[in-house]
Design a binder for this molecule. Structure first.
Ligand SMILES: C[S@@+](CC[C@H](N)C(=O)[O-])C[C@H]1O[C@@H](n2cnc3c(N)ncnc32)[C@H](O)[C@@H]1O
Length: 289
């Protein structure tokens, strides 16, 4: 713990920003490592005479900030922490940093499955840090969840994240290819959610350096057209979903129409492409017959 006056801290912050980078990233570093939230940072403007308690001293924070500026390593990988919805998740470069647009998935599901008392089986395919599966399991203690991922490191991180947020056991973690770990759940799943790798090859090649150089390729690249994994998930979904079971898939900004078509070809009904906060057709949703 380090105690410092708000005035001294504000000067330190100005110095850091003068070196480069953006204010949001610096605030994220301060929140993740020093434990000072955006709200507290904003209050400093009117409480400049107060003292602050930081979890780390300014020299260490400055070390991480300089490292971010010189290497472009995302703040979340430097701090090992990512904030997503109301969750504070452990992350490493073995998992995708969960994105803000994905947060909407939880609201979409709350809108279609309103009866919180009902017990249902859900799966989060390609769970990464566990973000989607954990949020659903916490919001719906009656639901039984399964989270899968091809990467064993991701499964370890996701299950630690769940343990850090809950002492319940309504989310299980399995390592394997998409639906494969669900051999015992054929025809038993009420809801399947996936945010699979969907970036087309050409787009992947020109991704910003801080994404391409640091985030796992197998969390991003979806083959030539970006649809390899989405195809596999949709085609196999009928084996695992219950009659009228839901499938929700996050897709790339321009894939909505093709993913909708894929749902229809695989006998899904009530198929819709839903928009994210930027007005992009980001989520395709449908029911199996
Ligand atoms: C775009 S990331 C999404 C991670 C997390 N669900 C989120 O929204 O932040 C895709 C995830 O799918 C996993 N994945 C890639 N190929 C897979 C496969 N064949 N089977 C299962 N998971 C896979 C990756 O390891 C990665 O964690």
């Amino acid at each position: 713990m380090s105690v410092i006056s708000a005035e001294k801290f504000s000067l330190w912050k100005k110095k850091q920003i003068s070196k480069g980078g953006d204010n949001n990233s610096l605030n994220l570093l301060i929140d993740s490592l020093a434990g000072l939230s955006n709200k507290e940072l904003n209050l400093l403007k009117i409480k400049s005479e107060e003292n602050l308690n930081l979890k780390l001293n300014l020299d260490i924070l400055e070390f991480f900030w300089d490292k971010h500026l010189s290497t472009s390593i995302p703040i979340q990988y430097l701090s090992g922490i990512s904030f997503w919805r109301d969750l504070k998740l452990e992350v490493s470069n073995k998992v995708l940093i969960p994105r803000p647009e994905t947060e909407l998935i939880i609201e979409i599901i709350a809108g279609i499955l309103k009866n919180k008392e009902e017990t249902i089986n859900f799966v989060d395919l390609g769970t990464g840090s566990g973000a989607i599966g954990i949020a659903l399991a916490l919001a719906n203690p009656n639901w039984n969840g399964i989270a899968t991922d091809i990467d064993k490191n991701a499964i370890d991180i996701a299950s630690r994240n769940f343990g850090n947020h809950s002492d319940q056991s309504n989310l299980k973690f399995y390592n394997g290819n998409w639906w494969d770990p669900l051999a015992n759940y054929k025809g038993e799943i009420d809801l399947a959610v996936a945010n699979p790798p969907y970036i087309p090859q050409d787009t992947y090649e020109v991704l910003p350096m801080e994404v391409k150089n640091f985030e796992p390729k197998n969390a991003l690249l979806g083959g030539k057209e970006g649809l390899d994994h989405i195809n596999e998930i949709v085609q196999k979904a009928p084996i695992y979903l219950k009659h009228k079971g839901w499938l929700l898939i996050e897709n790339h900004f321009d894939q909505g129409d093709r993913v909708k078509q894929l749902f229809l070809e695989n006998r899904f009904t009530s198929v819709k492409v839903l928009k994210d906060f930027s007005g992009i057709g980001r989520f395709t949703i449908g029911r199996y017959k």
